[in-house]
Design a protein around this ligand. Structure first.
Ligand code: P6P
Length: 339
């Protein structure tokens, strides 16, 4: 089977980015390659999850009060391990760990970046073989290098992200990441064991026909949100529809589909959980960064996600994200002036 020599691997792509920007130190390229390595290791376990005793609960509960699956723990340790033993990351924050971790060794203390990640989002779907994913956000540390990072290095608004991305362990395994220069997607090529550039310069279509929301919460959403969802259901060929509802309960998969095809994803606040369910630092912010670089928008229903100044590592936020034209249309129902 011939391997297409014209397809650049993640390593080749990140090295080329370094060559294109001579002032680049290479730390971000190294960090992205480290994440790609951990993703390949997690992918092996996700793909055989049904065959080995790595399914099921790890008899642990995380800070979210959620049962931790064994694969969550494995994924967390893989991403933390490559970042700790690399040369580009001074510390991490993880959905699976109560507080941030400063790696606090001489090399790490002189590294430029910190990383927040959800090691395995949608893990409740592991046992039923629905696609799951990893989400990560990269920030430049704000405290002086040479000392361990502090909470201040992590509690930065999403607009200060240097890069953000996700891995979707699906029918194929893809790593998608954004820097301010663009969004690029890499598909894992099993024949060479490398992520290869398959989706260069991803753009989010200004309009789509997919709306994604958990209808089971409908009567707990605020009236304007209900009105917009009702509007989506009434769209037909005479007014820019019909829309189709797609929601698999795995954020990485739902958002990857909508990023590529166009659409809007909503996880609104509810009467019982007005702050929503999704976490700001390692779910909402990374996807908001990616979707905005790709031309879309992301808000919490009133303000831009990337402008929110965080007060806690694990704080939650309502999330409305997707195609710019659909977000503008939704804003009309929520009483917000379109961007
Ligand atoms: P619900 C998975 O648990 C997750 O955090 C996201 O991946 C997903 O979008 C959301 O929760 C689904 O939540 O309440 O609709 O089941």
């Amino acid at each position: 089977m011939m391997v297409n020599r014209n397809v650049r691997t993640l390593d080749e792509f990140t090295i080329q980015q370094m060559r294109d920007f001579p002032n680049a130190t290479g730390e971000l390229s190294n960090l992205l390659r480290d994440i790609g390595l951990a993703a390949k290791r997690v992918n092996v376990e996700v793909n055989k999850a049904g065959l080995v005793d790595i399914l099921g609960d790890a008899d642990m509960v995380n800070i979210q009060g959620e049962d931790v699956k064994k694969l969550d723990v494995y994924a967390n340790n893989q991403f933390m391990g490559v970042l700790k033993h690399g040369i580009s990351c001074a510390g991490i924050g993880s959905e699976e760990i109560d507080d941030f971790i400063a790696f606090d060794d001489p090399v790490s203390n002189n590294s430029k970046y910190v990383v927040m990640f959800d090691p395995l989002d949608g893990s409740g779907n592991i046992d039923v073989n629905v696609s799951i994913g990893t989400i990560f956000a990269v920030y430049r540390r704000v405290t002086p290098k040479g000392a361990p990072v502090t909470r201040e290095d992590f509690l930065q608004a999403g607009i200060r992200q240097v890069a953000a991305g996700y891995i979707v362990y699906g029918s194929s395994t893809m790593m998608v990441y954004a820097t301010r220069r663009g969004v690029n997607g890499f598909t894992l090529d099993p024949s060479i064991g490398e992520f290869s550039l398959s989706h260069p310069d991803i753009r989010c279509p200004d309009f789509g026909r997919i709306y994604s929301v958990n209808h089971g919460n409908f009567f707990r959403y605020e009236k304007p949100v209900q009105a917009y969802i009702d509007h989506c259901q009434r769209k037909d060929k005479h007014n820019g529809g019909p829309y189709t509802q797609r929601y698999i309960g795995s954020m990485v998969s739902d958002l990857h589909r909508n990023l590529i095809k166009g659409g809007i994803f909503m996880y609104p606040g509810t009467t019982d959980k007005p702050g929503g369910k999704l976490r700001l630092m390692y779910e909402c912010n990374p996807f908001a960064f990616i979707v905005e670089v790709a031309g879309g928008r992301a808000t919490d229903g009133t303000q831009r996600i990337l402008d929110i100044v965080p007060t806690g590592l694990h704080q939650r936020s309502p999330l409305f994200i997707g195609s710019r034209g659909m977000m503008d249309e939704m804003d009309g129902f929520l009483g917000n002036d379109p961007d």
